[in-house]
Design a protein around this ligand. Structure first.
Ligand code: SDX
Length: 446
């Protein structure tokens, strides 16, 4: 498809053609459906008149061929293995930007100038503390509660604290809620970690940048000064950039659907955290490490490759495959390079799990089963190795993913709220249950 001039889509998708559906459903007359074009990527068939014109729905479990919305935030080309945030390639942002600058880009659509960057960083920094009452929520959890269970609970509870930024019709309140969520997620994730190991919560520090502050809140203790390792802070900042947004993935679609009813952004973000937790989605980074630890040695790799190919075995090669990428996930490439840098910096040269991961990747990418299905490593395949090397426990990996993805969720939520054509999301179904029948009293039942 030729690249439509970006200006041409400034006012939304442009109709370029129509398709005709002949003799569809109860309607003897053919029906014409518009074909719309965006800036780049596949055209879409606008089916909004389909049910009215034919009495039929489309059917697309898992939305493999469905565009649920118009968005200007993130673009993925699965065949090329390309990821753009507001048009900027992820490789360039990873190389030259930082997480808060990427947050600004995702929220506002342009990279900030020096003044905008300083103000945004200051505004987020001064929202990093949580209300002192929030600390009490943690007391209700068992110490061994999964951090994602804690995050769902505590982030949802923020709805009860910030009534002054939950009116979604007020752009100012939407902005304050966005800043609060981006700022407080690292604080809450670090509190979940501290609570799980019985250490006191560490307050955020305004003299540290976002990634430094996150590591400081996780690893500092009140008894002595803590120096953030700049290499690890840079690695964390990069991990946050790579995980910040990813088009209409499961958790982002969850946030959009929750938000479409008018629910407040804190509750919508809690819904996104819940969806991200699944092992098929953000929970995969934790599952990858568990899998690598289970494989444990090179000579067991063929056994796990065979299990992943066995249709009777529910085991899947975690960190492999993707709904959209049918090529290498560009984030996985960057993550693999960072892996070597972080391990070298930490003097962890013979990390056995990295060696197993590299060998597993090599064998899988030569195996017909994976090649035929375009199964490549995704963002989760290497991230766990880096996080583990940084001293972050496996059960906190997905919470780190949630910290990063909050800006993507909120940017997409804001875009939906500001879309004048927005309405409550309400999919239909194809019904295969019993046809109408009358009630049978219990004495008549067999
Ligand atoms: C993330 O959507 C996003 O953008 C998500 C994400 C983001 O940034 O938000 O990128 C983050 O969630 C990355 C994905 C992390 N999940 C995992 O690594 C879990 C392992 N991967 C699989 O569960 C799977 O690949 C999915 C869930 C990621 C994608 O599944 P799809 O698109 O529904 O693909 P599918 O299940 O239809 O698989 C197609 C074929 C099937 O075999 P056949 O029926 O054709 O014989 O490929 C097989 C699958 O069995 N397959 C795998 C496999 N992934 C797919 N076989 C073995 N191991 C795997 N990992």
């Amino acid at each position: 498809m030729t690249q439509t001039d970006a200006a041409a889509t400034a006012n939304g998708p442009q109709q370029k053609d129509t398709v005709t559906l002949a003799e569809a459903g109860s309607n003897a007359e053919p029906i014409e459906l518009p074909v719309l074009s965006g800036t780049i990527g596949p055209d879409v068939i606008d089916i909004r008149t389909l049910y009215g014109g034919t009495g039929m729905f489309t059917y697309d479990p898992g939305y493999t061929s469905t565009a649920s919305c118009e968005s200007r935030i993130t673009f993925i080309d699965g065949d090329k293995g390309e990821l753009l945030y507001r048009g900027y390639p992820i490789e360039q942002l990873a190389e030259s930007s930082d997480f808060l600058e990427v947050c600004y880009l995702l929220l506002y659509g342009e990279l900030p100038n020096a003044e905008q960057s300083a103000k945004f960083s200051n505004d987020v920094t001064y929202h990093t503390m949580v209300h002192e009452q929030v600390n009490l929520f943690f007391r209700g959890f068992r110490r061994d509660a999964h951090p994602m269970a804690v995050m769902v609970g505590v982030v949802g509870a923020l709805s009860a604290f910030y009534h002054d930024s939950s009116d979604i019709e007020d752009p100012y309140q939407r902005m304050v809620a966005s800043y609060r969520l981006i700022a407080k997620m690292p604080t809450i994730a670090a509190m979940a970690f501290k609570f799980s190991i019985g250490q006191p919560f560490i307050y955020p520090r305004n003299d540290l940048n976002y990634a430094e502050n996150f590591l400081h809140m996780m690893f500092a203790v009140p008894c002595e000064p803590y120096r953030v390792n700049p290499i690890l802070a840079k690695a964390m900042d990069l991990i946050l950039i790579l995980h910040a947004d990813h088009e209409q993935n499961a958790s982002t679609s969850t946030v959009r659907l929750a938000g479409s009813s008018g629910a407040n952004p804190f509750a919508c973000t809690a819904a996104g955290i819940a969806s991200l937790w699944g092992p098929a989605h953000g929970g995969a980074n934790e599952a990858v490490l568990k899998m690598l630890e289970e494989i444990d040695s090179h000579d067991r790799i063929p056994e796990f490759i065979d299990r992943a190919k066995d249709k009777d075995d529910p085991f899947r090669l975690m960190g492999f495959g993707h709904r959209v990428y049918k090529n290498y996930d560009p984030r996985a490439k960057i993550m693999r390079e960072t892996c070597h840098e972080v391990l070298d910096e930490l003097g962890v040269h013979d990390e056995p799990l990295l060696k197993i991961a590299l060998e597993l990747e090599k064998i899988a990418l030569q195996d017909e089963y994976f090649v035929e299905r375009n199964l490549y490593p995704n963002v989760d395949f290497y991230s766990g190795i880096i996080l583990r090397a940084m001293g972050i426990p496996r059960r906190l990996f997905t919470a780190v993913f949630a910290v990063a993805r909050t800006v993507g969720w909120i940017a997409q939520w804001s875009e939906m709220i500001e879309d004048p054509s927005q309405k409550i999301g309400r999919p239909r179904q194809i019904y295969t249950g019993p046809a109408r029948r009358d009630f049978v009293s219990i004495d008549q039942r067999s």
